[in-house]
Write a protein that binds this ligand. Structure first.
Ligand SMILES: NC(=O)C1=CN([C@@H]2O[C@H](COP(=O)(O)OP(=O)(O)OC[C@H]3O[C@@H](n4cnc5c(N)ncnc54)[C@H](OP(=O)(O)O)[C@@H]3O)[C@@H](O)[C@H]2O)C=CC1
Ligand SMILES: O=C(CO)COP(=O)(O)O
Length: 443
């Protein structure tokens, strides 16, 4: 990271959003002549000043003054935020379009040269967002180096399978830029989240992750939506809020990077389960049970892997879980629906022709949970149906038979001494014809 900043303002000319607020104790802001900020700015300042409470002590007047200066720079140009979005699929395009519409200087990098030409000419993304006109200030490029050089923030919206490779490719051109992941998945075989990969490949970089209920098509339709930017860097959080926040799109902040990222990755598993359940035409009670037990699984997994369980109550947890579990716009939901209609996983993935991160995430989480003994019955059941060719109905019935559990484990922890009683009841009540099903562990 560059250390050219002389004050603790996010420095747009160098792209340095490193948090320097704690190091600048001598700073004496003059806010006497400032007008009281209103609207978007007031919200940003409010969050900035509140975010220090109970953790790191910040001087609200310093934050207020610096955020004001920072926002003024953005409003006044010529130092408006310079942003790169990498990945020309539906989400990279939708987010780049939002930022361009907000007046940021935005370049969208797309790997296919012909697609770049076509997008420049038509100002549409014909393959992934057909029919939606993009902002005419949005620029497109096939040149990765030129796209990321001299930018303030680089947003990555490539599939998780391409995330590490993309970071390796931009590494030689990183000077002071910050990096934000928009990708919702896990790396195959390593179980790395995108923030882990950023730390591996670009250890010096200032980074964040953004996740929330953000179906790209709804965003293109200007349907009100909200998301979460999670980062340890306060200036980066504010810069992302300033870049993307609009009347249609609210950007909330968090410093639980792992929790926000896990919410976005794990919900894809349950969107597949819900798509499958929808194919079986289940009732609303069943959907509610599935959704709520999915949330229990997500937060249990989160706690075991270092996230704050309360984060799963926010937009990146229950918010995104709800959106993707209830909409056919979700590609993961559609994969589940095709599976439920009798299609094989390979055929469903081929037919979709777009990214569905859950297909890989199920395998990663199944493996990790099995290895670490984390109770994830829905994930294991889904794995059994998709990858071990078990009958979905049999698996679902056995899920219903799985032991006596507490509702919210953070309120009343699960009582493991129930195991024996559970086993006896299961033995007495279960159908003996279970050859073709997998039993969810009662514990
Ligand atoms: N769509 C959505 O509503 C949302 C998606 N996300 C997340 O964003 C990420 C991207 O998804 P999304 O935009 O929907 O995906 P899409 O399937 O719409 O598009 C994928 C894009 O990535 C490109 N790509 C694939 N492989 C590579 C590679 N090796 N190097 C560079 N580019 C590559 C594709 O290029 P090509 O066309 O040439 O194959 C295409 O432009 C996912 O993790 C997803 O979970 C997050 C929130 C919402
Ligand atoms: O993450 C998403 C919405 O928040 C998009 O979900 P899908 O990847 O299932 O389409």
């Amino acid at each position: 990271m560059t250390s050219a900043n002389k004050d603790n303002t996010a420095n747009h000319s160098t792209g340095d959003f490193t948090d320097k607020t704690t190091a600048q104790t001598e700073h004496k802001p003059d806010i006497s002549n400032n007008e009281k900020p209103s609207g978007l700015l007031a919200g940003i300042i409010e969050r900035a000043t509140k975010s220090g409470v109970g953790r790191r002590k910040l001087d609200p007047s310093i934050v207020e003054s610096d955020v004001e200066k920072n926002m003024q720079k953005i409003r006044d140009n010529p130092t408006k935020l310079r942003l790169a979005f990498l990945g020309g699929g539906s989400f990279g395009t939708a987010m780049a379009n939002l930022a361009a519409r907000n007046g940021c200087d935005v370049t969208l990098w797309v790997r296919n040269k012909r697609t770049v030409k076509a997008m420049t000419k038509t100002q549409t993304n014909k393959k992934y967002l057909p029919g939606y006109k993009l902002d005419d200030r949005l620029k497109y490029s096939h040149d990765l180096a030129a796209t990321v050089k001299n930018k303030d923030i680089i947003f990555l919206a490539v599939p998780s399978s391409a995330f590490r490779e993309t970071l390796k490719n931009i590494a030689p051109f990183i000077t002071g830029q910050s990096v934000v992941s928009l990708t919702k998945g896990m790396e195959k075989d390593t179980f790395a989240l995108m923030s882990d990969i950023i730390k591996d490949e670009l250890p010096e970089v200032n980074f964040g992750v953004m996740s929330g209920p953000n179906l790209a098509i709804e965003i293109m339709k200007n349907m009100p939506s909200a998301t979460v930017i999670a980062s340890d860097s306060e200036p980066l959080r504010h810069a992302v809020q300033a870049a993307l926040h609009s009347a249609f799109f609210r950007v909330f902040a968090s410093d639980d990077v792992k929790g926000v990222e896990l919410g976005g990755a794990l919900k894809n598993i349950y969107a597949i389960a819900m798509g499958m359940a929808a194919a079986y035409d289940v009732g609303e009670n069943t959907k509610a049970m599935l959704l709520t037990r999915a949330l229990a699984e997500m937060s249990r997994f989160g706690v075991e892997t270092g996230a704050n369980p309360l984060t799963f109550l926010g937009l990146s947890g229950v918010g995104d879980l709800y959106a993707t579990c209830s909409s056919e716009l979700s590609r993961n939901f559609r994969i589940g629906n095709m599976l439920g209609s009798g299609m094989s996983i390979d055929a469903a993935v081929k037919k979709l022709g777009q990214t569905a991160e859950g297909v890989n995430t199920i395998q990663q989480v199944h493996e990790k949970a099995t290895k670490e003994g984390i109770y994830m019955p829905i994930t294991h059941a889904l794995y059994a149906v998709i990858y071990e060719d078990k009958a979905a109905l049999g698996v679902a019935l056995h899920l219903m038979e799985a032991g006596f559990r507490s509702d919210v484990e953070f309120v009343m922890p699960h009582d493991h001494s129930n195991a024996e009683l559970t086993a006896q009841i299961q033995a007495a009540t279960s159908d003996t014809d279970d050859d073709n099903a997998t039993k969810g562990s009662g514990e």
